[in-house]
Design a protein around this ligand. Structure first.
Ligand code: CMC
Length: 427
């Protein structure tokens, strides 16, 4: 019999089974709690609540560990490719050479958008935030691909997943092209997934575009680092939206909307803006003081994480990639020196040490993306592009889970109790 945990409530004792994962904290199975006791648990922000069972990604925030299907993120970022990691997340195992080739070919076959979909872009203002365009256009995919929306059919789910992964670079690049007033570039399937995206973003029809291998590699690594991150806010949004049986494209659009927030994917944009505002290392102490001031809403963007309380392992790879990109592009950016100095100062400051606040993935990513040529508004778009594989893998896992139910949190009601309606003339 499973180990039990005991709860005493209203003078009665209840037993709840403890479930063990393959690694990580045990969970107390409280599914019968309400039925047996009439009480709910209260956990705003889900800080202590496991909302699902998953075999995709494991994070140990205290040790700074991130594993995809068991493989450490550092090894994947150094030795693998985004296509390979995508296959791994979707299928559970690393592909053989033949499987990877076949998977990459399948994805490349889905890179084009329905021509009618391209006309959606002209409905947006030229100065629209590309994340607003992403929400709209990805949601609109649900109006185009009717042949594969039976979510109970694994083949349909697979086609929708491949379409989403394949079309996201085309959609993201078009959002950028629209904002700068340049013509959309069609995909060139002779290029890699990442090379294709770079060409669609920075190429123009008037000239040949040469993909710089070091930049392609750095971009691919950024995609790997953002591919999945367990049950974060946007992934939970995708799962919650999908739990009602909603259209997969609409679910991913919901994930994009959630990712856009500055506390989540929007932090890379906010982090670079903050570093630029700080400007020079001599101004850092002023911003450190502001971050510590309870009466000042300012926070060090790119610092802190709900789960990592040691170091975000993705930030380590990012910091290294900054130098590689600078070398390949033969550029430098004083903001990098400011970032390194800020990290050093913050990591020795008792406030940040005690609260276990460390640089997260977003602290350095903006510096790299800016050096490659992306405007800050595109940063979260790139995050969404890469996270799409995580979202669809999690969505697929949820739909295939026999214990899956529509997500329906409960609440602690603190509003007025029942009272009689007062006609307007008597108020
Ligand atoms: N600067 C200054 N103080 C901070 C910061 C920060 N960046 N982050 C947290 N704190 C303080 C916060 O004020 C609180 O202090 P106190 O206990 O005295 O009230 C304490 O640390 C705990 O903060 P919290 O907001 O309760 O922690 P959380 O787990 O709810 O929030 C977070 C995590 C990432 C939202 C938060 O650290 C933050 O706002 N960071 C800046 C935004 C950011 O970089 N976000 C990117 C996250 S990584 C990308 C991703 O995976 O999506």
């Amino acid at each position: 019999m499973a180990e039990q945990s005991k709860l005493s409530l209203g003078g009665k004792d209840y037993d709840y089974p403890i479930i063990k994962g393959s690694v990580g904290p045990d969970v107390i199975d409280i599914r019968k709690l309400y039925g047996q006791t009439g009480a709910f648990t209260f956990d705003p922000g889900f800080t202590s609540t496991a909302a699902c069972e998953s075999a995709l990604t494991y994070i140990d925030g205290d040790e700074g560990v991130l594993l995809h299907r068991g493989y450490p993120i550092g090894q994947l970022a150094e030795q693998s490719s985004f296509m390979e990691v995508s296959y791994l997340l979707l299928n559970g195992e690393l592909p053989s050479g033949r499987e990877l080739e076949e998977f990459s070919r399948t994805i490349s076959r889905h890179t084009m958008l329905h021509e009618q979909l391209m006309s959606f872009y002209s409905g947006f203002r030229r100065d629209a935030h590309p994340m607003a365009i992403m929400c709209g256009v990805v949601g609109a995919l649900s109006a185009f691909y009717h042949d594969s929306t039976d979510i109970a059919d694994p083949k349909h789910r697979k086609i929708s997943s491949h379409r989403l992964i394949a079309k996201m670079p085309t959609i993201a690049a078009a959002a950028y092209k629209y904002s700068v007033g340049q013509p959309f570039m069609y995909p060139d399937n002779r290029l890699s997934y990442t090379g294709n995206f770079l060409r669609m973003t920075f190429g123009v029809p008037a000239e040949d575009y040469e993909v710089i291998p070091e930049i392609e590699r750095a971009m691919d690594r950024i995609f790997i680092l953002h591919a999945d991150h367990e049950q974060n806010a946007s992934t939970s949004t995708v799962r919650l939206a999908g739990s009602s049986g909603a259209n997969p494209f609409a679910c991913i659009a919901a994930g994009i909307a959630c990712l856009w927030g500055p506390a989540h994917g929007g932090a890379n944009e906010a982090a670079l803006n903050m570093l630029r505002e700080i400007g020079t290392p001599d101004r850092i102490p002023h911003y450190i003081e502001r971050a510590k001031d309870k009466n000042d809403p300012f926070r060090l963007m790119g610092f802190g994480h709900r789960v990592y309380k040691n170091y975000d392992p993705r930030a380590t790879v990012m910091q290294k990639t900054v130098r590689e990109v600078f070398d390949a592009m033969k550029v430098s950016d004083p903001v990098f020196e400011t970032a390194l100095r800020l990290e050093e100062i913050a990591l020795h400051d008792p406030y940040f040490v005690e609260k276990k606040l460390f640089p997260n993935v977003d602290f350095y990513s903006g510096i790299i993306l800016s050096a490659i040529g992306f405007p800050t508004t595109m940063f979260t778009v790139l995050f969404a592009l890469a996270r799409t594989v995580g979202w669809v893998a999690q969505w697929n896992e949820m739909i295939s889970d026999p214990n899956q139910k529509i997500g329906r949190p409960r609440q602690l009601y603190t509003g007025p109790t029942e009272r009689d309606y007062v006609p307007i003339g008597k108020r």
